[in-house]
Design a protein around this ligand. Structure first.
Ligand code: NCD
Ligand code: ZN
Length: 355
């Protein structure tokens, strides 16, 4: 791990109590996998923006509301958790569907997957211009647009796809729809952090814990490490530092989104392994570690619990969450339906623990 900022470590702080946080970008999947992963998230987070990239994707209000019921039914007795539902934008999503989603009061955003960009994105958008009437409806009713910000042009180097997306897609889109509320999801580059920090209009970004802690060397440390492979892929160290600076900057435009994405062990440890890191069990521990290394534990509360609700115009949670500086070991594997998932940091010692 890169510890460039350990000299600032807030190492005298041994306990941290923050407002109960929310996860503004999460994959819960469905059925038995949902039942396996949901308790991990519900233990830490009061609410989560639930990604719609199921097979088949969640494209209608009716499907999203039915999915919400399945999530609530999978929640163990005594746990409190509110799923904030999203729709998966396709070339065929209608403006009426957006208005129905908004009127439900339970659907909080619409997600853009450029077709082919990531896991279960085949039904995604092939040309954003086809969606302009629908995006106009979103702009009009204040429905946030969550953007997987990578071009899919195979001639663009994988590591450059986010930066190129800003020029080719994000800037033209926001010039045409200046009032559309946009979240640049799971940003991974200094270019994205700079864009979100300086652009005008309603824009924000989510940042994962793994992009704050790791760089692309971690994917290749001593061999190929598939559990560090996600999309957008980890970038070089300078980008990690830019993301960390954004996360601790105190700007309300940057907030927490884990992008925890469970894939069964065999689907990751394969000749063509799936993209996605599983962090739901230990998300707040990882964020605490990143903020601690940067000497910025005092900035974690706003990033994790205040700036997200402000962007989504939702109340801040009333409960609290306490983290303690305690060493503990991540299990090597966790149950995932009738298989297992290898979490990020499997078998490693972590320094913070949610109590
Ligand atoms: C996500 C997944 O597995 O659904 N994978 C990932 O690498 N982040 C999809 C996504 O958010 O891109
Ligand atoms: Zn995701």
């Amino acid at each position: 791990m890169q510890c460039a900022m350990t000299t600032n470590s807030t190492s005298s702080i041994n306990s941290l109590t923050i407002t109960r946080p929310d996860d503004w970008h999460l994959h819960l999947r469905d059925a038995e996998v949902l039942a396996s992963v949901l308790p991990h998230t519900a233990k830490q987070f009061a609410r989560a923006i639930v990604m719609p990239n199921l097979k088949p994707p969640v494209t209608t209000t009716a499907q999203a509301l039915a999915y919400r019921e399945r999530i609530l039914a999978a929640l163990p007795d005594g746990m409190q958790f509110e799923p904030l539902m999203t729709l998966y934008l396709t070339n065929n999503t209608t403006p009426d569907e957006i208005r129905r989603a908004k009127a439900s009061g339970l659907i909080h955003a619409v997600k853009l997957y450029p077709a082919g960009a990531t896991t279960n994105s085949d039904a995604g958008v092939t040309d954003l211009r086809l969606c302009y009437p629908t995006l106009e409806a979103m702009q009009e009713c204040g429905m946030p647009f969550l953007v997987h910000g990578e071009v899919t042009d195979p001639s663009i180097d994988l590591f450059d796809r986010e930066a190129v997306f800003i020029e080719r897609v994000m800037q033209p889109l926001r010039a045409d729809m200046p009032e559309l509320k946009v979240v640049f999801e799971h940003i991974t580059t200094s270019q994205a952090a700079d864009y979100v920090r300086t652009a005008s209009g309603p824009i924000a970004a989510t940042i994962t814990a793994h992009h704050l802690l790791y760089n692309r060397n971690d994917i290749f440390k001593g061999g190929i490490r598939p559990h560090y492979y996600c999309l957008p892929v980890l970038k070089r160290e300078t980008h990690r530092q830019a993301l960390l600076a954004a996360a601790i900057s105190g700007s309300p435009r940057f907030f927490l989104g884990t992008d925890s994405a469970p894939h069964a062990k065999g689907a990751k440890e394969a000749a063509c392994g799936c993209a996605g890191c599983y962090t739901a069990l230990h998300a707040m521990e990882l964020y605490a570690q990143a903020f601690d290394q940067a000497g910025a534990l005092d900035k974690l509360n706003d990033f994790a619990s205040v700036f997200g609700p402000a962007f989504y115009q939702l109340p801040v949670n009333s409960g609290m969450l306490t983290l303690e500086r305690t060493s503990w070991t991540m299990p090597a594997e966790l149950a995932l339906a009738n298989e297992t998932v290898v979490p990020l940091n499997a078998g490693e010692t972590l320094q913070w623990k949610v109590i």
